[in-house]
Design a protein around this ligand. Structure first.
Ligand code: SF4
Length: 233
């Protein structure tokens, strides 16, 4: 009897070890040959940003869902120190499901490289997750419905610095009507996060004369990032 009891204990210990290994490999369920299914405890190391994506990816809160090809959530490091926030997906972004991948995106990559950031180490998102027709400006009611998603992304990522790309995201997040030239070039406070405003890369493609100011802005951003890093913030 005692032997049998010990054998059972051994079997349970082996089963426990096996299930633990499966969970470490990322599996949430194990199918047994006899069609029994054992639900394993959810992995507490899961990425909350990824979970949030799955929660909202089929959003139909505003009419833009009808014309989108893809929902454009955001891209980059889920624990990034810096977040770049634009306006809305354009044609290329809508087709590929990723923000800033068209010509403006290529320019953003160059700007990032110029201040020693890899695209993968920052986080890039937009105020709107779906493309407005013909790339028109987002409507106030669209921003009102979609902005809470971005706010949640900011909460989950907890960046130290935010850089708004263009008037639309700057005005929406700072709740102001001030024009971009009065907002850029200095830090604002957004819920305790340092917030800088600069030109949208698409505007720079149309008006290259704004590149000089943009360069000054992003140098400011990099200097502040380095200062914070040096202070181990
Ligand atoms: S733009 Fe935002 S609120 Fe509107 S459908 Fe897309 S995700 Fe939803």
């Amino acid at each position: 009897m005692e032997d049998r009891y010990n054998q059972m204990l051994e079997a349970f210990a082996l089963a426990k070890k096996y299930l633990k290994q499966q969970r470490e490999l990322g599996l949430e369920e194990v199918k047994l040959p006899s069609n029994f299914k054992i639900e394993l405890k959810k992995d507490s190391n899961k990425n909350p940003l990824k979970e949030f994506y799955h929660k909202i990816k089929d959003c139909q809160r505003c009419h833009l869902h009808k014309s989108r090809t893809n929902f454009v959530f955001g891209v980059g490091d889920s624990k990034a120190g810096v977040m770049f926030i634009g306006e809305a997906p354009g044609r290329d972004e809508d087709l590929q499901g990723e923000p800033f991948v068209g010509r403006a995106g290529q320019l953003l990559n160059k700007i990032l490289a110029a201040i020693n950031f890899q695209r993968e180490e920052v986080y890039i998102a937009n105020i709107l997750k779906c493309r407005p027709p013909e790339n028109r400006d987002p409507l106030p009611e669209e921003i009102e419905k979609c902005e809470p998603y971005l706010i949640e992304q900011i909460k989950l990522i907890q960046p130290k610095l935010i850089c708004a790309l263009g008037r639309i995201s700057a005005q929406a997040l700072l709740k102001t009507n001030l024009p971009l030239n009065r907002l850029r070039g200095r830090f604002h406070d957004y819920q305790g996060i340092k917030f800088l405003v600069t030109y949208h890369p698409a505007a720079l493609l149309r008006y290259p004369q704004f590149k000089k100011d943009t360069w000054e802005d992003v140098k400011l951003l990099r200097a502040e990032y380095d200062r914070m890093k040096g202070n181990r913030i």
